[in-house]
Ligand binder design. Structure first.
Ligand SMILES: [Zn+2]
Length: 344
């Protein structure tokens, strides 16, 4: 049987050699694997918060890694032997502030900055539709209520809510219902100024008397609502002639003077006739209130305790305008003013 002389002669030595070779190979592979693993481990530590080389000795060591991990996980002061290395703000001590700086750096934020995110801005009030939002040929109804607040105000507000429409309240001073000024504003309506006293014999005696009254009301409304209204309506309207009894020409003066002082005054072009001295039924008031084909209607109503039929007529009036395609919105300083001819 032909046998290879070498194998045949030294079978044991050959086997040992092969074994040794295998062992060496294994050791080398293991060493290589270990060094790769160590490399990965250290790079992981080096990437940890704190930049890895916490003690700045040029090497990333297990001490550095422990240091970084202690900070990132617990936000606590690291042990004494590594303290100086992480004094980020240079105040001679490693504190939670330093740890926070390291973490901020790690997530890409500048080292200095507020800990808490900035307070989000107050959400803006929902946008109220105004004349400017609507097409030029849009039909618009401005419901206006003078002389409130009163025992009827809540009933009126509830009806307006039911139809999801907005109105304008030209208010007087009424301490009994003073809580309603804010209610009007909170429900999204326009609060506007009428008169503090509504006493023609006082307010129409002269410019100073008129503005004393107006300013007093403006302050009272502002105190209760935070709204400094620039929208006004003269008692009796700008066309009233009652004022002649107290001061000739006062309306000619006041209509110019209020505008000079930044106010916008409003009259009306449709009257529900709820204050004409006769007692109309609700159906009659609706008929008067809707008897128009004007594109922009400033409709006069009164919010006074005695005006029961005003409240009763309101749903039908609103329904009629809505059926005709009118937008029913609150007045703003830019709205149609429906000015009358001044007669005094
Ligand atoms: Zn009035």
């Amino acid at each position: 049987m032909a046998v290879s002389p070498r194998r045949g002669v030294f079978p044991l030595r050959d086997e040992r050699k092969t074994k040794m070779k295998r062992t060496v190979k294994k050791i080398l592979s293991a060493a290589l694997l270990l060094s790769v693993l160590c490399g990965l481990l250290f790079s992981a530590f080096a990437a940890a918060p704190g930049g890895g080389d916490a003690d700045n000795d040029g090497n990333v060591t297990a001490a550095d890694a422990r240091f970084a991990l202690r900070i990132s996980v617990k936000l606590e002061t690291p042990d004494a032997e590594t303290e100086s290395a992480c004094d980020m703000d240079g105040d001679g001590a490693v504190t939670a502030a330093d740890a926070r700086m390291i973490l901020r750096k790690a997530v890409g934020l500048p080292p200095d900055g507020p800990d808490e995110p900035e307070e989000p801005e107050e959400p803006e009030e929902p946008h109220r539709i105004t004349e400017a939002d609507l097409p030029a040929d849009a039909k618009i109804l401005y419901l206006t209520f003078d002389d409130g607040p009163s025992a009827n105000t809540i009933k009126i507000l509830d009806i307006l809510d039911r139809y999801n429409v907005k109105a304008t309240f030209f208010v007087v001073w009424n301490s009994q219902y003073a809580y309603l000024y804010k209610e009007i504003v909170d429900r999204g309506h326009t609060i506007a100024l009428h008169s503090y006293t509504h006493d023609y014999s006082k307010i129409y005696t002269g410019t100073a008397a008129y503005f004393n009254d107006l300013n007093k009301l403006s302050d009272a409304v502002y105190a209760r609502t935070g709204v400094r209204s620039k929208l006004i309506r003269f008692p009796g309207g700008s066309s009233n002639t009652v004022s002649k009894r107290y001061c000739a020409g006062i309306m000619s003066t006041l209509t110019k003077e209020v505008e000079r002082r930044g106010y916008v005054y409003f009259d009306w072009n449709v009257d529900s006739c709820d204050a004409d001295g006769k007692s109309h039924t609700a159906a009659e008031l609706t008929r008067y209130a809707t008897n128009t084909k004007q594109q922009r209607v400033v409709l006069l109503h009164h919010d006074a305790a005695s005006k029961r039929t005003t409240v009763e007529s309101l749903p039908k009036t609103i329904e009629t305008y809505l059926a005709r395609g009118y937008y029913i919105i609150g007045l703003t300083e830019q709205s149609y003013t429906a000015h009358h001819r001044v007669n005094n």
